[in-house]
Design a protein around this ligand. Structure first.
Ligand SMILES: Cc1ncc(COP(=O)(O)O)c(C=O)c1O
Length: 438
């Protein structure tokens, strides 16, 4: 066994080391500049499944699920299906499911998630979404507007449990497009204006509905653990107001998801144990202060569980005008174009002594904005046929992928114990033409 196999962040001679915290835990450098993940050589995987291909380290996903359970003992965890709606992943995680459409409900059900552990979200829930939720006997529906509470009162099966989505006014210091708990955005009921308290009253007034608790979601890619503590303070304060105004003690607080992951070298990892200590400690203290029983804590992480488990492999098609152009792009990863997400990449499977210099990696699509990553240190002699690996591509890639330019979406291949397992096959031209009836 080589030193690089024992300590994966240590480089082999001439190979840049793996950036700590960006690669799945079973990733290893091997001779000739190749990487293995789950015991499978990435060059072989690319040869067998083609490129682009998304690789998932099953051990990373399982390890993260275990860490989360250990950090929040007693909490209920529902995976945010929107981050990676794939049955094989839902099964490996073994959590409940946060879903926000009839499609995600169907996926959770077919992955064997019991209805009781399905939480239905959505800033808009269509009649089809609600019907699917009722048919699945979804454990909780998270109400997002007064109109929706009226709809639930009219349509939901008797005893349907409802969480009220609160906008607690906590700024989680994330990208504007990812911040969902500040005033002036489309989700939920404002705490500051009293709308959240009113909404709980509206649910309680409906004999057919059961007010199960409160929900908030600060946003995504949140690093600030203090924002979670502040949200807990405000949510427990609202529980106390509900008891005072309505004489009812709600027994659940759902804090949503949002835990951040690093995408580039030098970015800080989310302090999971520190966050858990702050969240659980604040919850206990605030409940004591308000003389409330400690409610059940529900969490809905997506990105933190799966992002780092994923690597996307691309083949370099051309080097032109200072760009490294690859065979994928905004159709398999729209995040850079959507909100300026930043990535890194490394050359895989070719050893070179060429010095490294910053490159821009461009996608294949007919948009000047189809740029996957900038300022990426790659060898100066990068050339067509080279294989590039982009780490931290497990969350909101497959989920946000499109068929732009009628490019089929890449396959998802899980790796573990030296064997690949296809979770989602590559989209074919036949798939692409099927819905077009001519
Ligand atoms: C209500 C809700 N819960 C959980 C999540 C998951 O967030 P993340 O993937 O950042 O953990 C989202 C993401 O948008 C969300 O809207």
């Amino acid at each position: 066994m080589t030193l690089a196999e024992v300590l994966p962040s240590v480089g082999l001679a001439g190979e840049p080391p793996l950036e700590p915290g960006l690669w799945p835990r079973t990733t290893r450098l091997t001779e000739g500049g190749d990487l293995t993940c789950g015991g499978v050589r990435l060059t072989r995987l690319a040869a067998r499944f083609g490129t682009p291909v998304q690789v998932f380290d099953e051990t990373e996903i399982r390890g993260r699920a275990e860490s989360l359970r250990a950090a929040f003992p007693g909490a209920e965890i529902a995976f945010a299906t929107k981050a990676l709606p794939v049955r094989g992943v839902l099964r490996v995680l073994g959590f409940g499911a946060d879903v926000c459409s009839a499609g995600e409900i169907a996926m959770a059900r077919s992955a064997g998630v019991p209805g009781e552990r399905i939480l239905v979200h959505g800033n808009v829930k269509t009649p089809e979404d609600l019907k699917a939720a009722f048919t699945a006997h979804a454990g909780r529906i998270v109400a997002d507007s007064a109109d929706e509470i009226d709809q639930l009162a009219a349509l939901a099966p008797a005893g349907q449990r409802v969480l009220v989505r609160v906008t607690p006014g906590v700024d989680a210091h994330t990208h504007r497009a990812l911040a969902t708990a500040v005033e002036g955005q489309k989700f939920g009921f404002s705490l500051a204006s009293g709308a959240a308290l009113e909404a709980v009253g509206q649910v309680l007034a409906q004999p057919g509905l059961r007010a199960a608790g409160l929900h908030c979601h600060l946003g995504s890619q949140v690093r600030d653990t203090g924002a979670y503590a502040e949200a807990v303070r405000r949510m427990v304060g609202l529980l106390a107001e509900v008891r005072e105004r309505h004489g009812v003690t709600l027994d659940q607080i759902d804090l949503g998801g949002g835990f951040a992951v690093p995408y580039r070298a030098g970015e800080q990892a989310f302090d999971l144990t520190g966050a858990a200590r702050r969240i659980l400690g604040t919850l206990r203290l605030e409940c004591e202060r308000h003389r409330l029983p400690v409610p059940r804590l529900v969490l809905e992480p997506g990105r933190w569980l799966v992002a780092t488990a994923g690597i996307t492999l691309y083949r370099v098609a051309a080097v032109k005008n200072g760009f490294v152009a690859v065979d994928g792009g905004m159709s398999d990863n729209p995040r850079p174009a959507l909100y300026g997400a930043r990535y890194t990449a490394r050359l895989v499977g070719r050893h070179t002594k060429a010095p490294r210099r910053p490159w821009i990696i461009a996608g294949r699509h007919c948009e000047a904005g189809d740029v996957l990553a900038e300022d990426v240190p790659l060898p100066a002699d990068i050339r067509p046929g080279d294989l590039l690996a982009v780490p931290v591509s497990g969350a909101y890639h497959h989920a946000l992928a499109s068929n732009y330019n009628l490019v089929g979406r890449p396959p998802l291949v899980a790796v573990a114990d030296g064997a690949p397992r296809v979770l989602v096959r590559r989209e074919t031209e036949e798939d692409l033409l099927r819905r077009d009836l001519g």
